[in-house]
Write a protein that binds this ligand. Structure first.
Ligand SMILES: C=C(O[C@@H]1C=C(C(=O)O)C=C[C@H]1O)C(=O)O
Length: 96
């Protein structure tokens, strides 16, 4: 049981780090969203995403993680970012 406790403690630490990094990422993408809304740029940038997925797949392989998992996680995050960008665009439009 001590072994399981120790493993779960390590998992909790990693989850804390993941949430902290995710929060930082959403703060940064919020700034990107505001910049795009102020400069009439679309929420989605498919070419940028293509490059990110290529990079993330390679990084996953380098770290011994199945690239499919990395792709699923990044897809989920980016989709949420784009939804937030759409909301920022709506708010900025109403302000005009
Ligand atoms: C953050 C951006 O906007 C969108 C969200 C992305 C992301 O979360 O990484 C990537 C591309 C865009 O579809 C961006 O264009 O850089």
């Amino acid at each position: 049981m001590d072994k399981l406790e120790a493993l779960r403690h390590s998992l909790d630490n990693l989850d804390s780090a993941l949430i902290s990094i995710l929060s930082e990422r959403f703060k940064l993408t919020y700034d990107v969203g505001v910049f795009k809304a102020e400069n009439n740029l679309p929420s989605i940038d498919k070419e940028r995403e293509r490059k990110q997925f290529e990079r993330i797949k390679q990084l996953a392989v380098n770290h011994g993680l199945e690239p499919e998992i990395a792709v699923k996680v990044l897809r989920l995050i980016i989709d949420e970012v784009v939804k937030k960008h759409d909301k920022i665009q709506e708010i900025k439009k109403k302000e005009k």
